[in-house]
Design a binder for this molecule. Structure first.
Ligand SMILES: [Zn+2]
Length: 309
C-alpha cells in the first residue's frame, strides 16, 4: 500500500471513527529441556533453579533501559552488527468483508489465519520477547530466549484485544500494542480499561501518536499534541512508563529522533526499510504480517527479512 493511500485511508477512518487498517508451560519445558542423563539429575535440579531458568526465558525478564549506564551501551555499528530479531506488525485481526480492498487485506489478518500464524510460531519453538529485552540485547548484548520474535499491534483496533489477545494467551505469548490515543473508547477501538488490562497482563503499551499524523511533518506544538500528551495519557492509563514508539506509516526522519528522545522514548519502530546508520535504536525494523500469508509464507518472510542487515 502506498504511503499516500494509507494516509488517506487512515485519515478517513479516524475522521469517521471507524476501524480501518492503517498500517505455564515455560516451567514444564525448562525441565524437559534440561536434558538430564537420569531421572535423578532431573530431581537434583532444584525447584528454584528450574524456576529461575524459566523466568529468564519468560517475556518479562529484562532491565529497565534507564538502569543501563551509558558507558555500557554499544555503538551504532555494534548494534547494527547484531543479528536482527524478527518483529511482526499487525493491524486488524478479523475476517475479510466484501468491501475490503485488495490493498487493505494486507492489513487485515483473518481470524483463522492469525490462529494458524500463532500456532506456527509456537510449533516452531518461537518465544515472544518485549521491547525492554530487545533494548538490553541491542545495547548490551544481553541474552534472548531461543528463537525470539516480537509481536506488535498498531492503531488500537478492538479485535487486537478481543481476538488476538486470547489467541496469544493460549500460547503464553506477549505483545506490544502501539496505541493512538484519539481512538480510545471509540466504536471498534480499544477502551482505556482494555489498554490497562493489556498492561496489567504483561503486554507492553507503546505510543503511536494522538491521531496518526506523519511525524515528518511535525512542527512546534505538534510534538506536544502528538507525542507529549498521548504519552502522559498512556502513562496515566497503565501506571507504567511509556518508552517505545511506532512511527505512523513507518515514516520518520532524522529530525524526529532527538524530539522523541527528549520526550522519554528509548526506541522507535519503523517498517521494513533500512535502519539508520547513526540511530538504529530509533529505526528498529518490523514487517507487516499480511492477511494473505500462510504460516509458511510468514515463516519464510521472517527468516528472509531479518537475515543480515
Ligand atoms: Zn498505524
Amino acid at each position: 500500500m502506498s504511503h499516500r493511500f494509507s494516509t488517506l485511508l487512515l485519515g478517513a477512518a479516524v475522521a469517521a471513527g471507524i476501524a480501518l487498517p492503517a498500517c505455564n508451560t515455560e516451567k514444564a519445558s525448562a525441565l524437559e529441556n534440561a536434558s538430564p542423563t537420569s531421572e535423578a539429575a532431573a530431581t537434583a535440579m532444584s525447584g528454584a533453579a528450574a524456576t529461575a531458568e524459566a523466568e529468564q526465558a519468560a517475556t518479562t525478564a529484562a532491565p529497565d533501559p534507564s538502569s543501563i549506564p551509558a558507558s555500557k551501551i554499544a555503538s551504532a555499528a555494534e548494534i547494527l552488527a547484531r543479528p536482527q530479531v524478527a518483529i511482526l506488525c499487525y493491524h486488524q485481526i478479523r475476517d475479510w468483508r466484501a468491501k475490503d480492498s485488495k490493498g487493505a487485506k494486507d492489513y487485515i489478518v483473518p481470524v483463522a489465519e492469525f490462529k494458524k500464524q500463532m500456532q506456527m510460531l509456537a510449533d516452531s519453538g518461537y518465544h515472544t520477547i518485549l521491547p525492554d529485552q530487545l533494548y538490553a540485547y541491542l545495547t548490551t548484548g544481553a541474552k534472548l530466549p531461543e528463537k525470539p520474535v516480537m509481536l506488535t499491534f498498531d492503531d488500537t483496533d478492538l479485535d487486537q484485544f478481543t481476538v488476538a489477545k486470547p489467541e496469544m494467551d493460549k500460547h503464553g505469548f506477549k505483545g506490544v500494542f502501539f496505541v493512538m490515543t484519539v481512538s480510545l473508547g471509540r466504536p471498534n477501538y480499544m477502551s482505556k480499561a482494555q489498554v490497562k488490562q493489556l498492561a496489567d497482563e504483561g503486554h507492553v503499551i507503546g505510543s503511536h501518536t494522538w491521531d496518526h499524523h506523519n511525524v515528518k511533518k511535525y512542527q512546534g506544538e505538534d510534538w506536544v499534541t502528538q507525542i507529549e500528551k498521548p504519552t502522559k495519557t498512556l502513562q496515566e492509563i497503565t501506571g507504567k512508563e511509556i518508552k517505545y514508539f511506532a512511527y505512523p506509516f513507518g515514516l520518520w526522519n532524522k529530525e524526529a529522533i532527538p524530539e522523541l528522545k527528549k520526550r522519554g522514548m528509548v526506541s522507535a519502530f519503523v517498517l521494513a526499510e533500512k535502519r539508520d546508520e547513526q540511530d538504529p535504536l530509533f529505526t528498529i525494523r518490523r514487517i507487516i504480517a499480511s492477511g494473505y500469508w500462510s504460516p509458511k509464507t510468514l515463516h519464510n518472510s521472517m527468516v528472509q527479512s531479518f537475515d543480515g542487515k
